[in-house]
Design a protein around this ligand. Structure first.
Ligand SMILES: [Fe+2]
Ligand SMILES: [Fe+2]
Length: 316
């Protein structure tokens, strides 16, 4: 990686990274991929909604309220399938590319057996998560008699933002670092997003349990990525640090915000009326984009790195 990293700390990375060896050694007994699969068909309860209405940003809009009940239920099914798709996309286009870069020690401070073991395990986990979320979507399609035509939807907001940031980057090292920053934020913050569904007793049990099982793995991934971020950060030069500090809050906005482009596509596909009015009113409302409110993971990491004050984000 260019520019040449200049270590700025006396911290003994190998001692810190011993935590990763411990995490790696518990993987065989805690990873979801090692557990029996959920009986998705048996768990399905048709009378329960597929996605919490509380997470629909326009749920109180009079134009939405007046729509037929059946259409609103279809919207919740589509919201769940779009959620699965976004989760899969964030694994495929953000987490996995960063894990591959880490596996091949493309960042300073990452040539450590604990990193290699936990990163390969995380890659296995992430691919299994893709399988879990895809299976959940396929069951929803079958049980609800819907066809989830995902080509109607845009890429996830975080993927679009990373893509745009990488396109603006002047050098390959910067592109790689942006991918790492987005992956760190995704892995540290995804549990807050999964919690919104995994704790909701009012929705389809399959959906609740899929997110709950996913969340268990992400608890370890968050620890792994925080340790890796610390190890890389101490070895970064000033230019790399600046790029990293700029990317973190941007990535958090991508992960923690409602994506109106996706909502618009779903509303239009399902034949809702007054879509421009519904989305237009949302865009005019301050704070309406906030989906996830728990930023504690990134806040904690930023404090540990001593960069909290330099980050352009209102954590409160
Ligand atoms: Fe995952
Ligand atoms: Fe993960």
């Amino acid at each position: 990686m260019n520019p040449t990293p200049t270590p700025t700390s006396t911290r003994d990375a190998a001692v810190e990274l011993a935590i990763l060896d411990k995490i790696a050694s518990t993987w065989p007994r805690r990873a979801t991929v090692k557990k029996p699969e959920l009986d998705l068909e048996g768990l399905f309860q048709p009378e329960l909604p597929d996605y919490p209405i509380a997470l629909v940003p326009f749920r109180d809009h009079p134009r939405f309220a007046e729509a037929p009940e059946e259409r609103k239920q279809a919207l919740l099914s589509w919201a769940w399938m779009a959620y699965n798709r976004n989760t899969i996309m964030n694994e495929e286009k953000i987490a996995n590319p960063a894990f591959e870069l880490l596996l091949h020690a493309r960042f300073p401070g990452t040539n450590h057996p604990g990193i290699k073991r936990t990163v390969v395990q995380a890659l296995v986990d992430e691919n299994y998560h893709t399988f879990m979320h895809l299976s959940a979507t396929l069951v929803t399609e079958r049980k609800r008699g819907l066809v989830f035509n995902e080509s109607l939807l845009p890429d996830s907001l975080a993927c679009r933002m990373l893509q745009a940031a990488r396109a603006r980057a002047a050098d390959a090292w910067e592109q790689d670092l942006l991918t790492l920053a987005y992956a760190v934020v995704t892995e540290i913050s995804i549990n807050a997003y999964l919690n919104l569904l995994s704790r909701d007793q009012s929705i389809q049990p399959i959906n609740r349990m899929t997110t709950e099982l996913h969340n268990r793995d992400e608890f370890s991934h968050a620890l792994v990525l925080a340790e890796i971020a610390k190890s890389v950060y101490v070895h970064m030069n000033d230019a790399m640090r600046e790029c990293f500090i700029r990317a973190l809050p941007e990535a958090l906005r991508g992960i923690a915000s409602s994506d109106y482009k996706t909502w618009r596509a779903i509303l239009e596909h399902l034949g809702f009326e007054h879509v421009d009015e519904i989305i237009g009113d949302l865009e005019g409302r301050t704070g309406s984009r906030v989906l996830v409110r728990d930023y504690s993971g990134l806040k904690h990491l930023a404090s540990e790195l001593g960069i909290l004050e330099r980050m352009d984000f209102e954590f409160a």
